[in-house]
Design a protein around this ligand. Sequence first.
Ligand code: HEM
Length: 175
Amino acid sequence: MAIKSTQNHYGTVAICIHWMSALLIIVLLASGIRADGVEDAAAKVPFLRVHVALGVTILLLTLARIVWWWRADTKPVSIPMPKLQDRLSRAVHVLFYVVILGMASSGVGMLILSGAGSIIYGGVAENLPDFWDYAPRTPHAIGAKFMIGLLVLHVGAAIYHQFFVKDGLLNRMWF
Ligand code: HEM
């Protein structure tokens, strides 16, 4: 299989980045919601340890993804579909980048402003701050809802193409 994409199929690098991002986002949503729902600081810290490490990972992966598409690879041509659907699909793809970068930067912002990094990775859990005292916490919560909305649209579209239109769209993003 080719490293770079062809006119009709994504390349190995694009496929790996896509599925790694999908997995990271699901674990990030789950660990973020879980951390938010726990009152006890000692119980919250293990979720945040996973969440912050994966949050920084998806930031780096997304930056690598942008550089990959910008400098090295070209996307396959769009599958023929009604104009409105095509526009919606492009908008969802761009919004994924915006929301991922927004979530990652608000997350890093919360961590820097609160100084919680040293507590999450080795400090005394009882000293964990209330992240709602810091401005980036609100956009982080709103971004999470947006991210879930985008995932519903994106996965819904993939299922629709795979099982109803049967145009093999999903195969283009697999090995
Ligand atoms: C795409 C990346 C990310 C996603 C999808 C994500 C997702 C979430 C979600 C769903 C929540 C709970 C929000 C709520 O229900 O109000 C949350 C909270 C949080 N996230 Fe993220 N996050 C991401 C990146 C990051 C990064 C990079 C950091 C830090 C470097 C971070 C630090 C935090 C912190 C400190 C909280 C607050 C937990 C609490 O209030 O108990 N996140 N995140």
